[in-house]
Design a protein around this ligand. Structure first.
Ligand SMILES: [Ca+2]
Length: 611
């Protein structure tokens, strides 16, 4: 038994003696100690678990975290629960998802690099498979073993082959987009070599989508269907609601496109200031917080022509609509759970999977004029008029200026290891929470903590072996003591977190952050920041604090050794970068987005969508 579990049991035992504990918590402790008793037919039910992921949703987007975007349903979870302000993911989609579902570091679980960007010197190495490898156990697999129904809807991005899909990795029911992104309206994907998005439903590859398909709506409809189909059999459920929204392209039904007309014409600096003000009022950040500098390649909006500001502002209007539409469908799920009497017995965990997206993915996928991808984009993504934004065939992304707004008050964005790439908003609500409703917590939390936390909630624990194979150790810490109000952080002052992606490196310990990033976002050297005083990472203390720097670099070395980190060879790229003037980075990875071939499912595993 882990020390966290032991601590949690001691805490609950104390509460039991004081008569403060609920039957649900008793059941939880009971199962930790004596599973055979707590799983008996007359035992109180364990809570349902709903994990809601926003794809590229920023730290400062939800109303409860200072956004002007209207998110009443997500905010209601925040007001009934706790908001965590020091929660970390990884810098991009599949690495975060791999840790969420395995509890194991990316360099061990197969996502040492994103599949799309695996460098030549990483190919074929253990931990760099580009999909969630079979050496790890998955959260749904273990929860299913503990008596939970396991459902998934939305984006998977962790492998497409039959043995890698959600059904094969522990989900009893699923409706999944296997790709990292794509159209919200149909199966159009991004490149000439991989023109069609791949979907599965209950382990079968779909030949087409439902007639009234719109991603966010359909995912929600399907999940409600899964829940209803098995209601009343006494088992709790785990639902992984892995929304595609608000990832670009911003595809929206018409009535969701015009909810903020003209509101963003004032420009990104003003909106960032307004968000910071609200964040201070809400207590999300300290009163003396300074905004990160506007990134050097983002223009001062007041110097732009009004028409330019209006067009750029409209991109943000579309993004805000995406978030509000997501919130609406989250509201439909909440309402449904209330109607069927399950809301009170459901734990909700809500967060964005990485920093907001500042790279223009469309530019990346379309390539240069004359290429096959350019032709593909011209044919399939040709609805470029602002009035068509949101329609099938349109491609809108809001760019680095608005990504920095979404990540107020931090620097950088998705793909990079500044706080704007990896810090996100986290909401936890539900029956296991013993902290004041609507309160805030600044403990150091990490997405890999979900595995031990939710296993504990389900009354089970992480096994040493699975099917005779030894499992890699968990990197996360259970939130049990934090949720029970017995601790402020799952981590001690000595515990540290570390990241590596695309060759960029970072470590966080206590209030300190070590970072080494490639040009142009970094300077190629180790940089040191004190996040308690400087969450915007404005002042590099590496030269002023050599001892601290040395200690932090030693942590990095420890991390790299323990997890077999192999930095991608970027020699060609670095030579080029030094010859070119500083410019807006159009692709965080190296080598640039590789040409992915269309995945063709085995014929005997295809199906039409269920009604
Ligand atoms: Ca993402």
């Amino acid at each position: 038994m882990g020390t966290a579990q032991a601590r949690s049991i001691r805490a609950v035992s104390t509460k039991l003696r004081r008569g403060l504990v609920t039957p649900c918590l008793v059941a939880m402790v009971g199962t930790l100690v004596m599973p055979e008793i707590a799983l008996a037919a007359d035992a109180p039910r364990r809570p349902n678990i709903v994990v809601i992921l926003g794809d590229d949703l920023g730290f400062a987007d939800m109303g409860a975290f200072g956004g002007e975007i209207r998110t009443p349903n997500l905010d209601s979870l925040a007001h009934n629960g706790v908001r965590f302000t020091n929660f970390y993911t990884h810098a991009s989609c599949s690495p975060t998802r791999s840790m969420l579902l395995s509890g194991v570091d990316t360099h061990l679980n197969g996502l040492g690099n994103m599949d799309e960007w695996t460098a030549p010197n990483q190919r074929g190495l253990l931990g760099y498979e580009g999909y969630l490898n079979d050496r790890v156990a998955t959260l749904p697999q273990l929860l299913k073993g503990a008596g939970y129904h396991t459902y998934m809807v939305g984006k998977w991005h962790l492998g497409k082959a039959p043995e890698q899909i959600p059904r094969a990795r522990g989900f009893e029911r699923d409706f999944s987009l296997l790709d990292g992104a794509g159209s919200y309206w149909d199966m159009t994907n991004f490149t000439a070599a991989s023109p069609k998005s791949v979907f599965t439903e209950d382990g079968r590859y779909l030949t087409k989508l439902p007639d009234d398909y719109y991603a966010t709506k359909t995912y929600t409809d399907k999940l409600i269907g899964f829940i209803d189909a098995q209601r009343g059999d006494g088992k709790p459920f785990f639902a992984y609601v892995s929304h595609q929204a608000p990832h670009d392209p911003y595809h929206l039904p018409k009535d969701w496109r015009n909810r903020h007309v003209g509101e963003y014409d004032k420009g990104w600096d003003a909106v960032r200031q307004e968000r910071l003000k609200r964040q201070v009022e809400l207590g999300i950040v300290p009163a003396d917080t300074q905004l990160a500098e506007r990134m050097w390649f983002v223009p001062d909006p007041t110097l732009l022509a009004p028409a330019t500001r209006a067009v750029l502002g409209k991109k943000m209007e579309l993004y805000a609509g995406m978030v509000e539409n997501l919130d609406f469908h989250v509201g439909r799920l909440i309402d449904h759970l209330k109607q069927i009497g399950e809301y009170e017995n459901t734990i909700f965990i809500v967060f964005g999977d990485n920093g907001a997206e500042g790279t223009d993915l469309f530019q990346m996928i379309a390539g240069t004029p004359g290429t096959r991808d350019y032709l593909f984009a011209a044919i399939n993504w040709s609805q470029t008029h602002p009035n068509a934004w949101g329609d099938p065939g349109s491609y809108v992304a809001y760019g680095p200026m608005w990504a920095q707004v979404s990540m107020t008050p931090f620097s950088q964005y998705k793909g990079w290891l500044g706080e704007g790439g990896i810090r996100n908003a986290l909401i936890v609500s539900g029956p296991n929470l013993k902290r004041a409703k609507g309160s805030l917590n600044s403990g150091l939390m990490h997405v890999a903590d979900l595995m031990p936390t939710l296993l504990e909630v389900a009354g089970t624990s992480y096994p040493k072996t699975l099917a005779g194979r030894e499992l890699p150790p968990l990197m996360g810490k259970s939130w049990g003591p934090v949720l029970a109000g017995e601790a402020e952080s799952p981590r001690t002052a000595q515990d540290y977190l570390a990241w590596e992606l695309f060759g960029n490196q970072a470590v966080r310990q206590g209030e300190w952050k070590l970072r080494r990033e490639y040009k142009p976002f970094g300077n190629g050297e180790w940089q040191l920041f004190n996040l308690a005083a400087d969450s915007g990472e404005r002042k590099d203390l590496a030269a002023a604090q050599p001892d601290k720097l040395k200690a932090m670099v030693a942590l990095w070395d420890d991390y790299a050794r323990t997890n077999n980190v192999v930095l991608p060879s970027r020699s060609v790229f670095e030579t080029l970068a030094d010859q070119l003037p500083p410019r807006v980075p159009d692709d965080p990875g190296y080598p640039p987005l590789t040409t992915k071939r269309q995945f063709v499912p085995p014929k005997d595993m295809t199906a039409e969508p269920r009604p």
